[in-house]
Every structure is written in C-alpha cells, then in structure tokens.
Write a protein that binds this ligand. Structure first.
Ligand SMILES: Nc1ncnc2c1ncn2[C@@H]1O[C@H](COP(=O)(O)OP(=O)(O)O)[C@@H](O)[C@H]1O
Ligand SMILES: [Mg+2]
Length: 375
C-alpha cells in the first residue's frame, strides 16, 4: 500500500493532495510509464536524492528529524529542486499520511485574500490525528508565492503567527523581493542556486542509464550547456530529443531545442567580423532561413562569443552594450531585418575601432587581418 501511495505521489502531488480519491484514480493511468514526463518520473523521492545544495538539504533534514522545522522560504531560479525538497520533507514527516497533513496551493489555484482567510485558516486551525505520523504539525505549502497578491500576503502574516503551534508554512518562489518583508522575517530563508554542471551531468547520467538511452559525450555536454543549471529544462530537452532521434548527439540536441549550434555561431561571428555589410547580411539571412534560427538566439550567443575572444576592451564594451540594445529591441518583436542590419552596423563600427586601435600600435595592419587574428 505504501508503495502504491508513493507512486501516486510521484505522478501529481498537487492534485491528489487536495483530492485523494482523484489521486488514486491516477494509479491506473500511470500504469504506462511512457506517458509520465521524465521531470515527474525522476523527481527526487527523498532528501538524499536531491542533487547539489547539500548544505541546505542537510540542514532541512536535521531540522525535520529533530521535529524542529521552522517556517521555510525557499527561493531561486526554476528547476533547482525547491518543490522537490519540500515534498521530500513532507514524505519524511508523514509517510503514507502525506495527503491528510499537507495543503498545497500553487499558482494555478486562487490564492487571494479569501483563500488565505478561509481555506488556509480552516486547514491550519483544525487539529489532525493521523495514525503512524511522526510529526503532529501540518504543512501548508505555498508554491510560487511571489504570484500572491500583497493583500493575501499581509493576511498570511497573522495566520502564520496564530497557528504556529500546529502548522508550518513553506513558501516557494523565484523572486524573493516579491515577498513582503514581514513574511520573509517570519521564515528561515534558503536560496537554491542554479545547479552546477557536474551535478546536472551526474543526474542526467542517472536518467540516461535508467532509460537505457544512447547518448554520446557531445550530446551530454550540449544538454548540460543548454540547461544553464535548470534541471527541469535538461530533462525536458533530453526527453524531447529522445523522441526525435534514437541517437542523442550534439546536433540532435541543438536541432530539437531550436538553439543555434556552436559551430554556426562561430561561422556567423566570423562573417560579422570579416565580411562586407552586404555579404554578411545575405549569408546570415540565408543560414537563419536554412536552419530556422531566431535572431535573438544568434545575438545572445554571439555576445557570449565576443566575451571569449581577444579585442581592445573599449571596443568590447561598446560592442556588448550595442548587442544588449539589439536584444532588448528584439524582445519587443521589432522587425528582424532591421535588427539584423543593426547587428551588422554595430560590428562594422567595432571593426573600424579595432583597426584604429591596431593602427595606433602597428600602422601596417589592415582591417581584415586584424579581424581574422581576433576570430
Ligand atoms: N536538485 C535536484 N536534484 C535532482 N533533481 C532535480 C533537482 N532540481 C530539479 N530536479 C528535477 O527537476 C524537476 C523540477 O524540480 P522542482 O523541484 O519542481 O524545481 P523548482 O521547484 O525549483 O522549480 C524535478 O522533477 C526533478 O526531476
Ligand atoms: Mg516549483
């Protein structure tokens, strides 16, 4: 029975917490494991499974074991294990009685002031007697709390204090500055940083071997690079690439996620630094069309490339500033062609500045030679 409940918890914690009957029906649906997204299938079950954040997880683990859990505020970028950590704490505290002892509300639920006054207060104010539960305190989990209205947060302040005896609150959010200071000071704060590459790699390897996937080293590196420390993103890209091609290579990963390949970015940067305006424009337009690249992705990656190559620092400063402006304008859906023109103009200006700087030190160098040397 415990196994069955654990399985239900894997599938959709939020729904079945609110409605255990509905949750149990899901056991049938989950009998085909293929339909379960990997992010849920491989959600860490216990605190020991949570990768990275060892200090935070060990502290929370100790507090849970000693029954000294404070109100918690976990914040940080998405896909770093905040929700998983709290669900693992709940599992540890309540075992099979999980769904009686926790109230989970996330951004898809209404969490205005009425809900705080009614639902949360009702849950927090009732005593609960569940057999076999180690901890008598209940848990209110407010996921994505930064989306709660200010009024609701103010109302929550009082509720938190009033029911501290038998209820703990766990707030989870991405941006901590959207939580009012009064709530922040009532909670113990933990910041979940993006996962570092080694932890993402390790966790991906675990999933790859469990699923028996054919992933080569370049594919794994590409997954880690594209995830940027977001484990949910890494698993989602892995699963969709697996659907698209049986052999997961760097190219398959980039194609599937729609990101430009590093070698395309090198090529584009070379054109920007060496070709004339007209040739550069037509070559970049062509590769964009052929490979279905978005200009905003090109600008972002070219900027990263500029960080890596050598050039006079005052030229680099202006160039990066201009690239940031182009990215800003593209986020407002400005005309792609005009922005591509702007990208080429920016580089034309930068090249002139590089030549001027080079001539200052060594008058014989010409523009192309300098640019090639830089690339
Ligand atoms: N630290 C981690 N260790 C292992 N898996 C993780 C970790 N962080 C995220 N994941 C994976 O990403 C998915 C989303 O994690 P979640 O805890 O919901 O992230 P958050 O709440 O921080 O956005 C999980 O199901 C799990 O598969
Ligand atoms: Mg979450």
């Amino acid at each position: 029975m415990a196994d069955v409940i654990a399985e239900v918890m894997d599938i959709d914690s939020s729904d079945e917490l609110r409605n255990p009957i509905k949750g149990k029906q899901k056991i049938v649906a989950s009998s085909e494991p293929k339909s379960v997204p990997w992010v849920e299938k491989y959600r860490p079950q216990s605190l020991a499974d949570v990768a990275a954040h060892r200090d935070i997880v060990d502290t929370i683990d100790r507090l849970t074991s000693e029954n000294k859990l404070p109100h918690l505020l976990l914040y940080g970028p998405p896909g770093t294990g905040k929700t998983s950590t709290i669900l693992a704490v709940a599992r540890k505290l309540y075992g099979a009685q999980f769904h009686n002892m926790i109230l989970e509300l996330n951004a898809s639920d209404d969490r205005g002031i009425d809900v705080v006054r009614q639902q949360i207060q009702d849950f927090a104010s009732t005593q609960s007697f569940s057999f076999g539960v180690k901890s008598p305190v209940k848990l209110v989990l407010l996921d994505e709390a930064d989306a709660m209205t200010k009024d609701a947060q103010f109302a929550l302040r009082r509720v938190i204090e009033k029911y501290t005896k038998n209820t703990r609150f766990a707030l989870i959010c991405n941006q901590v500055n959207k939580i009012i200071p009064a709530l922040q000071s009532r909670c113990t704060r933990f910041r979940f940083a993006p996962l570092d590459a080694s932890h993402v790699t390790e966790r991906l390897k675990h999933v790859i071997s469990a699923e028996g996937l054919n992933v080569d080293d370049t594919g794994l590196t590409a997954l880690v690079r594209l995830s940027n420390g977001d484990m949910r993103k890494a698993l989602n890209i892995l699963q969709s690439t697996h659907m698209a091609s049986p052999h997961i290579t760097e190219e398959a990963v980039y194609l599937c996620s729609g990101n430009p390949m590093p070698k395309d970015i090198e090529q584009i940067s070379y054109w920007l630094l060496n070709e004339s305006f007209a040739t550069g424009f037509s070559k970049i337009s062509d590769i964009k069309m052929r490979k279905g690249l978005a200009l905003v992705d090109i600008v972002r990656e070219v900027t990263m490339f500029i960080f890596r190559i050598k050039m006079p620092s005052d030229v680099r400063v202006h160039l990066i500033n201009d690239l940031a402006d182009i990215e800003y304008r593209l986020s407002f859906a400005c005309n792609d062609k005009l922005q591509l023109g702007s990208l080429l103009s920016t580089f034309t200006r930068a090249r002139a500045a590089i030549v001027a700087a080079a001539n200052f030190h060594c008058p014989l160098l010409d523009a192309a030679a300098v640019a090639v040397a830089i690339a």
